[in-house]
Design a protein around this ligand. Structure first.
Ligand SMILES: Cc1ncc(COP(=O)(O)O)c(C=O)c1O
Length: 429
């Protein structure tokens, strides 16, 4: 690796490092989808449909939980999970301020009130101590997100939940196959929601799934989110039958997605292992590079890399993150900060002066009286300011790619004095 001049300053770029295509579908998967279409079967309302049952049983077995319900999206999965646990009007749910909005909108769509705890500053994952400090008499649930495929500390979060009589709903949308304490995430909480849209680790076209251990939760979730056809599944409780109707959210998954998910499951372990090997190699190449710090995980935890999230160290680099990203980008490496700001500080949480289109949950927030703008989540603010994300569809073992990726970072590192000088002049202009 040479100390070439920075591409930003006119040097030759290290060059882009292509990722593997994602998602990919095996020939068997494509054949099954085609056969299914040829068979003219697109309606699948419940486990009585062979491909729905096959998908839900395969996902449940792979995840290590009793129950799975295939649904139309990750948001649908989370909303379904919360409704299965009867989270409703005025209930408080402790959320992370550092995520994709759907990790919180699912709470809003129950008529419930999100209360934001702070995160671990390295990983951006919910901090169990802050969660415990956020509990009030109205708290009903905790909603941890395994962001970027990093496993949240489910051992500590479940202990807090148990101590205070709360339920836990995991958002595993970015974390299929992520391991906490030797077990797959999604199996710790009372329920979990996963997205399977095309960009996710377990990708179909648009779909998701809800997991739970307790069949009661499954039935209650189905009552509100699925076609009444679900009530013809064996074991449907008589107590719920009087309430079965079509006053539901239409969150069922398509049969084609059920077929795709079953087939995608056959290769996800191999793909996740490849992503992990590439991260390990990349990390080795970056040893000693001071501008970037990798989040650390306890023994027994093993992220699944939907994205790679690292932390920029401005004290070392002596330039802003924006300048650093610009220099990397000129070398051919794209990075971006995934979460723009803490969620409670987003415009639509400012119910006091909200002037956008009418939506019921802004009224709900108003009724709560919580001043979200003043919610203090200092670790989240730091994580937002430092985090750098990279797409991580590096599955195949091609060591030259990790070398080249690292070379781009090292080129910036070796040229930090020149980059500082460039930044200083840019600021003066
Ligand atoms: C963490 C997280 N939760 C929930 C979702 C929602 O998933 P979907 O887009 O399938 O509704 C996403 C999607 O990106 C996500 O990243």
């Amino acid at each position: 690796m040479g100390a070439e001049q920075l591409a930003l300053l006119g040097g030759t770029p290290v060059g882009a490092v292509p990722q593997d295509p994602h998602p990919t579908f095996s020939d068997a998967c494509i054949q099954r989808v085609v056969d299914h279409l040829r068979g003219g079967r697109t309606v699948g309302l419940n486990k009585g449909t062979d491909v729905v049952r096959e998908c839900e049983e395969a996902v449940a077995a792979w995840q290590g939980v009793e129950e799975c319900m295939a649904v139309s999206s990750g948001h649908a999965a989370l909303h379904t999970a919360l409704m299965g646990l009867e989270i409703s009007t005025g209930d408080e749910v402790i959320c992370t301020p550092y995520s994709w909005g759907a990790s919180v909108s699912c709470v809003l769509h129950c008529g419930a009130v999100p209360v934001f705890a702070d995160v671990d500053v390295e990983t951006g994952l919910l901090d169990p101590a802050s969660v415990e400090a956020s509990i009030t008499p109205r708290t009903r649930a905790i909603l941890p997100v395994h962001l970027f495929g990093q496993p949240a500390n489910m051992t500590a979060l479940c202990a807090v939940a148990q101590k205070h009589g709360l339920v836990v709903v995991e958002d595993g949308s970015q974390a299929h196959g992520s391991i906490h304490a030797g077990r797959k995430v999604g199996s710790f909480g009372d329920a979990a929601g996963f997205s399977c849209m095309g960009g996710k680790l377990l990708a179909s076209s648009e779909a998701g799934y809800m997991l739970c251990h307790d069949k009661e939760v499954y039935w209650k979730a189905a009552l509100n989110t699925q076609h009444m056809g679900r009530c013809s599944e064996p074991g449907y409780p008589d107590a719920l039958r009087p309430f079965v109707d079509s006053l539901v959210y239409t969150y069922r998954a398509s049969q084609l997605d059920a077929v795709m998910l079953t087939e995608q499951l056959r290769k996800i372990d191999v793909e996740n292992a490849g992503r992990r090997r590439n991260v390990a190699l990349f990390k080795r190449h970056l040893e000693g590079l001071g501008s970037i710090a990798f989040p650390r995980f306890p023994a027994g935890d093993d992220p699944a890399y939907h994205m790679l999230s690292v932390n920029f160290v401005p004290e070392h680099a002596g330039v802003t993150r924006a300048t650093y990203m610009q220099a990397l980008s000129a070398e051919g490496v794209g990075t971006w900060p995934y979460v723009p700001s803490p969620i409670p500080h987003w415009t639509r949480f400012r119910w006091q002066d909200y002037a956008g289109p009418r939506i019921f949950w802004t009224d709900q927030l108003r009724a709560s009286g919580i001043d979200y703008a003043s919610v203090e989540v200092p670790n989240c603010v730091t994580k937002v300011a430092r985090s750098l994300e990279m797409g991580w569809n590096y599955v195949a073992d091609e060591p030259a790619r990790m070398e080249r990726l690292a070379e781009a970072f090292w080129n910036v590192e070796r040229n930090l004095p020149a980059l500082r000088e460039w930044e200083r002049k840019e600021v003066l202009v």
